[in-house]
Design a protein around this ligand. Structure first.
Ligand SMILES: C[S@@+](CC[C@H](N)C(=O)[O-])C[C@H]1O[C@@H](n2cnc3c(N)ncnc32)[C@H](O)[C@@H]1O
Length: 246
């Protein structure tokens, strides 16, 4: 069971950058930062679930003031310990409800983290919370995976998402409650460690409705950070909503 740091506790935080190493590659990070810096313009950015600063640190190095909301003290401590980390304010709390000072020109929630909110109510609350922090005309960006439901044979509930010599991952779907539990098994020092994390998967159209409830409308939806078209083959989408009232 998770402690007050949620699923990204000390044990996970200590190995996060290493276990997600491919997502720290500049080839992955640079297009994300390019787009967010463009949307931020002369304003500030708010990152929900800022983690260890994978995106916030390079965005801040581009001259965009960044503030983060983060549930996990252990993850935030890793961010603070990095060069430039001291300059990024982090408010500890749930990004669905936690408020911070200031108004932002862009807020962003990347790496499937909208799905860490496991109820529709919490996801709707997140959109409303973001809207309350954006300037009129400000943008909310979500990057999230398209679920592999289309690849599930009828009646089956489990998809392997990673199989290697040292790591195994399986997603378990509950189509009744839009639940998705990711089961991770990893060989560490000769022992298999297990972690199972619950998510609520959510389709793009439902996110658009949440945005509308929060006073935002869709501006762009791409299949990736380089503004690839979003198609039936896309395995993720990057969506941008605008807060109305500019
Ligand atoms: C997959 S990590 C992504 C971290 C960072 N955004 C990145 O791209 O590397 C998800 C982060 O969101 C945080 N998180 C998950 N649910 C949260 C919530 N409800 N409120 C605040 N932070 C949350 C986790 O603690 C973790 O640091």
């Amino acid at each position: 069971m998770p402690d007050e740091d949620g699923y990204f506790d000390e044990r996970v935080a200590a190995r996060y950058d290493e276990s997600a190493a491919e997502t720290f590659d500049p080839a992955v990070v640079d297009p994300i930062v390019d787009l967010l810096a463009e949307l931020a313009g002369n304003g500030s950015a708010l990152e929900l679930g800022i983690g260890t600063g994978r995106i916030a640190l390079p965005l801040a190095r581009r001259g965009v003031p960044v503030h983060g909301i983060e549930l996990s003290n252990a993850m935030a401590a890793r961010l603070r310990a990095k060069p430039g980390g001291e300059d990024i304010g982090v408010t500890i709390g749930d990004f669905a409800t936690t408020t911070v000072e200031g108004r932002f020109s862009v807020a962003y929630l990347v790496f499937n983290t909208i799905m860490n909110l496991t109820t529709q109510e919490a996801q709707v609350a997140c959109f409303r919370n973001v809207a309350a922090h954006l300037e009129p005309g400000g943008r909310f960006v979500i990057e999230t995976a398209v679920t592999e439901l289309q690849r599930l044979p009828p009646g089956e509930t489990i998809r392997a998402f990673h199989v290697s010599e040292t790591k195994w991952g399986f997603d378990e779907y509950d189509v009744v409650r839009q639940g998705l539990t990711s089961h991770h098994f990893e060989l560490v020092d000769g022992r298999v460690e297990r972690q199972s994390i619950p998510f609520r998967y959510v389709r793009a159209a439902e996110l658009d409705l949440m945005a509308e409830l929060a006073g935002m409308r869709l501006r762009d939806r791409w299949g990736g950070w380089k503004r690839e078209p979003f198609t039936s083959e896309s395995d993720e989408h990057v969506s941008v909503w605008e807060k109305l009232g500019a």
